[in-house]
Design a protein around this ligand. Structure first.
Ligand code: LLP
Length: 404
């Protein structure tokens, strides 16, 4: 995405033209950026060629998943819906891993019937349920056990998953017990140790610590895991102030970890693959003054993009056309929803804006559309994919008849 003659372009298409032709709010993704991200991700870890399973929860649009499949990735799913969409997009079951603390009988049965690579179990009860279903089907099912390594991911509390107070995985003691249990089971084939310590991680050190912990635990179990699933969590830059995650350091730590092992590494990245591929295009409805501040009321709201309201997350905002006239007012970008948290950001020194101007909210490819809702009975936005000069509608805007 860049400004050409002061007009914002995504690949070869002007944002202003998209807004005029397709209306707003609209999610818009770049195929080129997606491809670039996947290539970079692969390159970062090329010495041990991991299996990369895209985390569907970050963006479940089937047309995007079809592209991701074409670039060779598998899928990390957490529900029956996500498993169905991954299979429908053509991803081979042999590249699908299933995580989650509360898999139902229906979900486990479906996963077993489809012979997916791994069900990553998160409790003894779940393993017993998998075993019961597998026995009925006279099958031996490949599973992983998710370990809670009690590691602080140094990210937002709401998106930390690897500390002992979090509901995810099992602790070290139970892990050993479950490994023993699986060894004696005819219907369970324990293949994997999995971890996922959190999301939007920008410091490599928690990963390093996590690897040391699992290394120690593997030595103690004296068990050969065919797969080590390290989860996802790699953070992206949402503003100029944040420092990028040092992939080189993470890669080196994994190489060191793998020295005395033959295990294949699995990753489950979501945000690092899709996050910066998407923007949300929105139109200013009204501008309303209040003291030094002006509320810039746009037609996108917290139901379309929940991250700011839910986590206080910051997404930068850009005009679709630059005018170089700085406003003296403080702009607070808000949506039309009846909640005070329906607010995107407060900015100083933004360019002068007027009603009906088009703006874009950046880096919304991950956990944007996937966290959207129909709150206030608002239809979900349109999604389009840009490929060079081509614009493809990849999900229609919801109609009122869809939701009423
Ligand atoms: N694997 C597991 C088991 C996960 O729970 C998650 C994310 C991922 C992989 C992918 O993580 P990623 O690479 O995208 O960081 N809604 C929040 C993020 C929640 C993440 C949940 N789990 C947000 O908008 O920041």
């Amino acid at each position: 995405m860049k400004f050409i003659n002061n007009k914002l372009k995504i690949e070869n298409v002007f944002v202003q033209n998209i807004a005029e032709k397709y209306d707003t709010p609209t999610y818009c993704y770049s195929n080129k950026k997606l491809k670039e991200n996947i290539n970079i991700f692969r390159k970062n870890f090329k010495s041990f060629s991991p299996l990369i399973c895209f985390s569907i929860k970050s963006n479940p649009n089937i047309n995007l998943i079809k592209k991701i499949k074409k670039f060779g990735l598998g899928a990390d799913v957490v529900s029956l819906g996500e498993l169905i969409v991954a299979l429908k997009a053509g991803i081979s079951p042999k590249k699908i891993v299933f995580s989650g603390v509360g898999k139902t009988t229906e979900e486990i049965t479906y996963a077993i019937d489809k012979n997916i690579l791994l069900i990553n179990a998160e409790s003894k009860s779940e393993i017993k349920e998998i075993e019961r279903i597998a026995k009925n089907k006279k099958k031996r099912v490949q599973i992983g056990i998710r370990l809670n390594p009690n590691t602080d991911a140094k990210t937002l509390n709401q998106i930390s998953t690897g500390k002992k107070e979090n509901k995810f995985g099992v602790n070290e003691k139970i892990f050993y017990e479950l490994v023993r249990y699986c060894k004696n089971s005819n219907n369970i084939n324990l293949k994997c140790l999995s971890v996922h310590i959190g999301s939007q991680i920008l410091d490599y050190k928690p990963y390093e610590k996590m690897l040391k912990i699992i290394d120690k635990i593997i030595t103690k179990t004296d068990y050969n895991f065919d797969f080590i699933d390290l989860g996802g969590g790699m953070g992206i830059k949402y503003d100029d102030k944040t420092k990028k995650l040092n992939y080189n350091k993470y890669n080196l730590a994994i190489k060191k970890f793998l020295k005395n092992k033959k295990s294949k590494i699995i990753f489950e990245p979501g945000r690092s693959i899709i996050g910066n591929t998407g923007i949300l295009i929105s139109k200013i409805i009204y501008i309303k003054k209040s003291g030094k501040k002006s509320f810039v009321i746009i037609d996108a709201a917290m139901n379309d993009l929940m991250r700011p309201a839910l986590y206080g997350a910051i997404h930068s905002i850009l005009p679709s056309i630059k005018n170089f006239k700085k406003s003296k007012r403080i702009y607070e970008f808000v949506g039309p929803i009846c909640e005070s948290t329906d607010k995107f950001s407060t900015v100083n020194n933004f360019q002068n804006l007027k009603e009906k101007d088009i703006i874009v909210i950046c880096d919304v490819g991950a956990y944007g559309m996937s966290l959207s809702s129909n709150y206030n009975l608002r239809p979900k936005p349109l999604e389009i994919l840009i490929e060079g000069s081509k614009i493809k509608v990849i999900k229609k805007r919801q109609k009122y008849t869809d939701i009423i």
